[in-house]
Design a protein around this ligand. Structure first.
Ligand SMILES: Nc1ncnc2c1ncn2[C@@H]1O[C@H](COP(=O)(O)OP(=O)(O)OP(=O)(O)O)[C@@H](O)[C@H]1O
Length: 455
């Protein structure tokens, strides 16, 4: 961008006002030379804004960001001489907020950088469907959010990797609601429990009369996601036989509803998630290499709570504000300390469970540690009682396939009265446990009966 030295400040301000997002013109010494209305609304400031330094206004710092341990876009832009984009945390009247900052150098007639135009877009737009927002300010979370906000506007296939309860589904919603497809459907496919017979008809739909009980034509989930996003949750649970069908859909962009002779064109952006180590599964032949490369064009790792301990209290306060109204308004100092010392193997979902319980136990406005502590000890996967050695030896003599073993084990456990505790003991999320139990029930239904339930 080159500036005409004769351009008046009024002309520059009017140029900035044509930008809907908050924007400022700064000199090379961080001083604000002009600001648009959106910026003044975002950072209301007593006294004159012009002449103040950007880091004072947007961060409340007394020195530039790079001297406060952060990356400074102005410094980067000065060094590269090119447009720079990065994610920053700003202090706004609404609290600390992640903002995508774009800095464009403005040169004089000799090509020297004289100014910078800084444009800020909130990276925390609430997911419009459910009012949910990704919360966090820790470095691990900020790195992840930066990747998400870079990938969101494009149509690239994103693979979300992370432990159960780290927010993979919320991250997928974020990608969708920050994409060009935001006004079209976001369709979630729970891959755990999708049996081979259900896979095609659920995903591709079926024609009337395609099989016994198919009394109506039924559009599939690929159809439902048309123009929008298809989110394949727990893709690592898809058996090999079904992976081929999925690969064909992704590679050709075409699919054929069960019982139809005509292929249809699919139009969706693909997001996949798994808590499984997919790359290792590829090495062990449990996941197709070709499918892996197709779905993992842009992998994003979601940090677990242990990697973002600084966020626990912020997340707890956010979750508390989202849960149905109660006496409790906040956490006491001691409760905050207790929260920060916990392990939370079930991550944010487990944190949420603790808070839901505390709300019921707390009659005052402050939640205390004793409201949060479960009476049953927190159980991690490692404390599950091992199978007796004798039965293990019997199994070793006559091995049975692992998935059958899991099914038989789940069958035994399916009547357990406390599914939250059971999930903790098994080292999986409650949602995964329910999915596995649903898949078990599905397999118990005779095939004919199952087909009736599809339509
Ligand atoms: N950064 C975050 N800010 C606020 N809430 C969050 C965040 N991440 C996750 N949550 C909340 O934590 C819970 C679990 O999130 P989610 O279902 O997205 O996790 P997941 O990784 O998909 O779990 P699973 O692998 O078991 O399906 C949800 O209630 C979600 O709203």
């Amino acid at each position: 961008m080159t500036i005409n030295p004769a351009a008046s400040l009024a002309e520059i301000v009017s140029l900035l006002d044509s930008i809907p997002a908050p924007a400022i013109l700064m000199d090379t010494d961080y001083r604000i030379c002009a600001a648009n209305d959106a910026y003044r609304r975002q950072f209301p400031h007593e006294g004159e804004l012009i002449g103040r330094r950007c880091y004072e206004i947007s961060h409340g710092y007394s020195s530039p960001c790079d001297q406060a341990g952060e990356t400074c876009p102005l410094r980067q832009c000065q060094q590269s001489g090119k447009r720079q984009r990065l994610l920053h945390i700003h202090n706004t009247p609404q609290g600390r907020e992640h903002v995508n900052v774009e800095l464009n150098p403005v040169r004089d007639e000799h090509g020297n950088i004289r100014y910078f135009v800084e444009i800020m877009q909130s990276a925390e737009r609430t997911d419009t469907h459910q009012g949910r927002v990704l919360k966090g300010t820790s470095p691990a979370f900020t790195r992840m959010l930066e990747l998400l906000s870079r990938a969101a506007p494009s149509d690239i296939s994103v693979l979300l990797l992370g432990e159960s309860g780290t927010g993979k589904e919320l991250a997928a919603q974020y990608l969708h609601s920050h994409s060009q497809r935001a006004n079209n459907p976001f369709v979630v496919v729970e891959c755990t429990g999708l049996t081979e017979s259900l896979f095609e008809s659920e995903l591709f739909g079926h024609e009337k009369g395609a099989f016994t009980g198919a009394t109506q034509r039924k559009p599939g989930l690929v159809d439902a996601a048309s123009g929008g996003t298809l989110f394949l949750d727990e893709i690592g649970d898809i058996p090999l036989a079904m992976q081929v069908k999925l690969l064909r859909l992704i590679e050709s962009g075409n699919y054929r509803p069960v019982g139809s002779v005509t292929a249809r064109r699919a139009d969706f952006r693909l997001i996949c998630a798994t808590h499984r180590p997919l790359a290792d599964m590829v090495e062990f032949g449990q996941f197709r290499r070709d499918l892996y490369y197709r779905i993992s064009a842009f992998p994003v790792h979601l940090p677990n709570l242990a990697q973002r301990r600084e966020d626990i209290v912020l997340l707890a306060q956010h979750l508390l504000s989202q849960l149905p109204a109660s006496h409790a308004r906040d956490f006491s100092e001691a409760a905050c300390q207790w929260l920060q010392q916990q392990e939370f193997p079930g991550n944010i979902r487990q944190l949420r469970n603790h808070i839901e319980r505390a709300i019921l136990l707390c009659d005052h406005d402050l939640i205390e540690p004793w409201h949060l502590q479960p009476e049953i000890p927190s159980v991690s996967a490692s404390t599950v009682s091992p199978l007796p050695r004798q039965s293990l030896q019997e199994l070793a003599r006559q091995p049975i396939p692992l998935d059958q073993l899991e099914q038989q084990y789940l069958q035994l456990l399916s009547q357990h009265p406390d599914k939250t505790l059971l999930a903790q003991q098994l080292g999986i999320s409650e949602r995964t446990l329910y999915r596995k139990l649903a898949a078990l029930r599905e397999q118990e239904i005779p095939v004919d009966e199952r087909e009736k339930t599809i339509g």
